[in-house]
Design a binder for this molecule. Structure first.
Ligand SMILES: [Zn+2]
Length: 348
């Protein structure tokens, strides 16, 4: 990457004090260098879309059985959208496999400690906010123990609308970040742009964010996000759109993890690695969840019997493929949200 294509964030320690917390694999379907589950689900969705030859991919459920072989972390075929789908787990692109264990240990302790002192994204950073704080809707989870099921679902829908808008080109990545969220009265506006957010425009702001900034940062030091760069120009726009598409798929895929959400009736034991084709009935709160139980379901999933032909709710791969199809076609955002409500997340 050429120097001219970066914007340098060297003096933002007040914001980027968060230590890496993405390496805690229990907080999501695993990604490289563990199992590459988000990567392989997204790759499978792209394959299903390609095979459909331009038509809407209506049933990609057969790909679920192939995830075990595709999710080998060394599989080189899962770049592209597969890599983009990692973004919510590593939003500042810090994961380096060599020292991952050390980071994970530091991160878990530090994220929780930092968040106890200061729960806002404006002070604790994107990584910790995503995994333990106000942005847990990135992963189809409640952001606090007091959040209701309907509140969480509204956040998931609003996050989906935003990421779809960026991915499909309805929201320009060059848009002023703070202005966008100030004018937007959705359920996630305050979480995305809290009152003390340090990177809004104005005389005291060193680096006012655009929407692209959110998706196009890279922090060089894997154990600290004090020094980061932003990819800018056309490469930054492409990276932002790609990461937003990945974030949308990641959200949908996490909503099928029984570590994150329960679907349908609760008669079956929870925390099983099974994709259930019923609408969500509960979103869990990670802070009050047993982390050992949580990690049991974030494994290579099987397909539940509810995902039979004619099911009214799509499986995770089919839903991912349909969203990629909508992004390619630049479908009306209202159509996409209607689809997510009726066949993925529920609600009205
Ligand atoms: Zn996740």
């Amino acid at each position: 990457m050429k120097r001219s294509t970066k914007r340098f964030f060297a003096t933002v320690a007040a914001f980027w004090t968060a230590i890496l917390c993405v390496s805690q694999p229990a907080s999501s379907y695993e990604i490289r260098p563990f199992l590459a589950l988000h990567e392989s689900m997204s790759f499978a969705a792209a394959e299903c879309l390609r095979v459909a030859g331009g038509a809407e991919p209506l049933d990609c459920s057969a790909y679920v059985a192939k995830l075990a072989s595709l999710s080998d972390a060394k599989n080189p075929r899962i770049e592209g959208i597969g890599q983009a789908a990692r973004w919510p787990d590593d939003p500042t692109r810090q994961i380096k496999a060599r020292t991952l264990i050390k980071f994970g240990f530091n991160a878990k302790l530090n994220c929780k400690s930092v968040l106890r002192r200061s729960p806002e994204i404006g002070q604790v950073g994107l990584l910790c906010s995503s995994h333990h704080g106000r942005l847990q809707f990135f992963h189809a989870m409640a952001s606090s123990s007091s959040e209701t099921f309907e509140n969480t679902r509204a956040k998931l829908i609003d996050w989906a609308a935003f990421t779809y808008g960026v991915a499909a080109g309805f929201i320009d990545p060059a848009t002023d970040y703070c202005g966008y969220w100030k004018d937007n009265s959705s359920s996630i506006s305050t979480s995305m742009r809290p009152p003390n957010f340090a990177f809004c425009g104005g005389s005291t702001a060193k680096h006012p964010w655009t929407i692209s900034t959110l998706f196009a940062m890279r922090c060089s030091n894997p154990v600290s996000s004090e020094t980061c760069t932003e990819v800018i120009g056309p490469a930054g726009t492409d990276l932002a759109r790609s990461a937003a598409a990945g974030a949308l798929l990641h959200l949908v895929q996490d909503s099928y993890s029984q570590s994150h959400a329960a679907r349908g009736t609760t008669s079956e034991p929870a925390y099983r690695p099974v994709i259930d084709c019923n609408l969500p009935s509960r979103f869990y709160d990670y802070s009050t969840q047993n982390s050992k139980e949580h990690s049991k379901a974030d494994k290579v999933p099987a397909l539940a019997s509810s995902c039979k032909s004619g099911a009214t709710v799509d499986d995770a791969i089919t839903a991912s493929a349909k969203l990629l199809w909508h992004i390619e076609r630049r479908s009306d955002p209202a159509i996409v949200i209607s689809y997510l409500r009726s066949r993925v997340l529920g609600g009205s």
